[in-house]
Design a protein. Structure first.
Length: 184
């Protein structure tokens, strides 16, 4: 795993072979972060990484200046790796939470400026994830949400949908929370 840019840029960490996550490729991660950098200034933001896997997105967010990043992961192998890298970097701005993401979304009362979700593509309730996040207490006006998905999904009918990006077989839908029409 490679951190692409920022204060931890170019640092590499060997991912254990027994991790069951499907990490976002460096190519796709680099490209989506180029898009994100043009949408928002991550400096000082609070961010959430759902289905954190190896933690690559969490560390990219920290490296680019997020003040606080919460990584939510259920699998113990992935959690151990995230915590190992956290210790190696010595960064206390990462908060690691072991939880089922659906339960976390339903119960979380913290609000985030930026949310990234990379669920397993074969997750039975995959299609519900953008709507659950965007209707939760975790977002506020201006929050940006990025969901990684396969080409089997099209979220363009969501009222907060902003754009779709594809890098090889990796697809991203980007959402921005806005006030309902007619409300200032």
């Amino acid at each position: 795993m490679r951190i692409i840019r920022g204060k931890y840029g170019r640092r590499r960490f060997d991912v254990p072979h027994n991790i069951s996550a499907r990490p976002t490729t460096d190519f796709a991660r680099e490209n989506i972060f180029n898009v994100i950098d043009n949408l928002v200034d991550l400096e000082g933001m609070s961010a959430l990484d759902l289905f954190a896997g190896t933690g690559a997105v969490s560390y990219e967010l920290l490296s680019r200046g997020c003040a606080s990043v919460t990584a939510v992961e259920k699998a113990s192998t992935q959690l151990a790796f995230i915590n190992k890298v956290k210790a190696l970097l010595g960064d206390e701005n990462l908060h690691v939470v072991r939880a089922d993401v659906f339960k976390y979304i339903a119960s979380c009362r913290d609000r985030f400026d930026f949310i990234f979700a990379d669920p397993p593509y074969d997750l039975p309730r995959f299609g519900e994830i953008p709507g659950l996040i965007l209707s939760s207490d975790m977002v506020r006006e201006g929050s940006v949400v990025v969901v990684e998905h396969s080409k089997a999904f099209d979220f363009s009918d969501n009222p907060f949908f902003l754009e779709h990006r594809a890098y090889g077989s990796v697809n991203f839908s980007i959402f921005r929370v806005t006030a309902p029409e007619g409300n200032p």
